[in-house]
Ligand binder design. Structure first.
Ligand SMILES: Nc1nc2c(c(=O)[nH]1)N[C@H]1C(S)=C(S)[C@@H](COP(=O)(O)O)O[C@H]1N2
Ligand SMILES: [Mo]
Length: 508
């Protein structure tokens, strides 16, 4: 049994803090008016670049969990402190309504201050007030018995038992509330089935099928095909929460060194010439054999005519692209001109996590150039660092070449032979060859490749089957369309992307 009287204050504070978060979540979901979100944003902004890079390279996506956990703990602590003060006030005045009212108003001020949403702030404040009200005053400082005679009228607590009951009642009610909020708001994962078709997506499904049909017939059941399903496509975000931007709210403005500023709205954009392009994305922060490499068929329109219409005239011939989440990246206008403004993914509307309603796709360049929730293109006179470049990365250039051999790419066939299969990618240079060694690099064999596609920036699959004899030191390497062999010397992802050859031990 919990010693309620001893830990009563902190127990109620944590309970009230959690109830505040739950109340806010119940109303706002993962939107900007959710109280945790601004705190999370502040923590993300305050984390030094070196630590962000370290987290990406070591813990990867778990870095997000660390940020979120810190943000939740901070917010629970803030509301908890207010609730704690409320309970104290109840005790001092002997009236729980006073403490509840003050805690409620304090929480409302905090919630409104954090989110800038006074009305939605009530959803965080009410549960705090309720917990403080139900909890009532504390037992006297001697902690044993509150004299019934001296208790204020209307307050029925006579014994420590009564206090314990009220405390546990408040905690139980709040826990039930938190659970109800979590269940009621359980977010629906975005995948190919839950999303609506993209506007003007006729033909997209046929292209998905065309690209997917070039997948090699492999024995492995778990190996990704040529098109990554939406729900499995990797994700890299600077913030834990995606911007909520509807197609109607969205617009893209060309600013800075332009002859004429221009704003494009969604209906105008989707009225332009449509293409369904297979484009592969790879993050510069990815480990050599990591999983931040995926391919989809994107529906969109080329950016060049739009860019030409604003007549860029800056001295550096460079542009800063900005997303609604505060992300920014800078690179040459010539590179941007090859880009593609996408509003569809695998035939579906662009999912929130991949930049709804519009992102840019830059052929052959690292993932970070593909700004999601794209709202502004600023033409510059002088080059400036983007978000990741300010943090030490050099990831705006062309991708490195890589041949992957993931765990599920190694399969023993029924006849005892071993099948090795994977993906290889070299941006717009294309993949000319994948070579496999089963003897640690002494001898090499060309792998079978999936058929080439007309798309400029898409990966290929490779497959090689061999007769095992004991333990094999398997190495894979690719050659790009310009005849350049994948660099042998290993390097970490930071700052220009990982290099080296993927190796793994395969046993019969
Ligand atoms: N607005 C915005 N765009 C962004 C990012 C971001 O955090 N915010 N991350 C970039 C990085 S580092 C990569 S690798 C790709 C990942 O795209 P995905 O999440 O759709 O896979 O988006 C890029 N575009
Ligand atoms: Mo990235």
């Amino acid at each position: 049994m919990i010693d309620v009287s001893k830990h009563r204050g902190s127990l109620l504070a944590v309970t009230a803090g959690a109830a505040a978060v739950a109340g806010s979540y119940l109303l706002a979901g993962w939107s900007p008016s959710f109280v945790v979100r601004p705190v999370d944003q502040a923590i993300v902004n305050a984390t030094p670049g070196a630590i962000v890079t370290f987290m990406i390279e070591t813990v990867g996506d778990a870095g997000h969990l660390v940020h979120i956990a810190m943000a939740f703990a901070t917010v629970v602590g803030l509301f908890g402190a207010i609730a704690f003060a409320g309970v104290r006030l109840s005790t001092r005045t002997g009236q729980s309504t006073v403490g509840a009212a003050v805690a409620g108003i304090g929480s409302w001020l905090l919630a409104a201050g954090l989110t800038g949403e006074p009305i939605q702030g009530v959803a965080a404040a009410l549960p705090v007030a309720a917990v403080v009200a139900v909890a009532g005053p504390s037992p006297s400082s001697t902690g044993r018995r509150v004299d019934t005679e001296s208790a204020p009228a209307g307050e029925s607590l006579g014994t420590v038992d009564a206090v314990r009951r009220r405390t546990l009642g408040a905690v139980a009610a709040a826990v039930a509330f938190v659970a109800a909020a979590a269940i009621g708001r359980r977010s629906v994962a975005e995948d190919d089935d839950s999303l609506a078709d993209a506007p003007r997506s006729e033909g997209a499904t046929a292209r998905v099928e065309e690209v997917e049909s070039t997948s090699l017939a492999v024995e492995s059941e778990d190996l990704l095909g040529m098109v990554t399903p939406i729900g499995e496509f990797y994700n890299v975000d600077i913030a834990e929460f995606d911007p909520a931007l509807t197609a109607n709210e969205w617009s893209l403005t060309f600013t800075g060194e332009v002859e004429t500023e221009r704003t494009v709205i969604f209906d105008e954009l989707i009225d332009r010439p449509v293409e369904h392009r297979a484009v592969t994305l790879r993050c510069v922060g990815e480990q050599l054999n990591g999983r931040k490499l995926d391919n989809a068929v994107w529906t969109g329109t080329p950016i060049r005519p739009l860019l030409e219409s604003v007549d860029p005239e800056g001295d550096c011939n460079c542009a800063m692209l900005r997303g609604e989440d505060g992300y920014y990246v800078q690179f040459p206008v010539d590179v941007l001109a090859e880009g593609f403004l996408a509003w569809g993914m695998n035939g579906k509307e662009l999912p929130t996590g991949h930049g709804h309603p519009v992102r840019v796709l830059i052929p052959g360049h690292w993932g970070e150039t593909n700004v999601k929730w794209l709202t502004e293109i600023e033409l510059l006179n002088v080059e400036e660092d983007g978000y990741w470049e300010e943090r030490g990365w050099e990831g705006t250039g062309e991708v490195n070449i890589v041949a992957k051999l993931w765990d599920e790419g190694v399969t023993t066939l029924s006849d005892g032979r071993i099948e090795l299969a994977g993906h290889a990618y070299a941006g717009t240079r294309g993949i000319a060859r994948v070579e496999v060694s089963t003897d640690g690099g002494d001898s090499w064999t060309d792998a079978t490749l999936s058929d080439p596609l007309p798309d400029a920036d898409v990966w290929r699959q490779w497959r090689h089957v061999f007769d095992p004899d004991g333990t094999h030191d398997v190495v894979v390497r690719a050659v790009d369309g310009e005849g350049t062999l994948q660099t042998r010397t290993p390097s970490d992802p930071s700052p220009t992307g990982s290099s080296g050859w993927v190796r793994r031990t395969v046993t019969e």
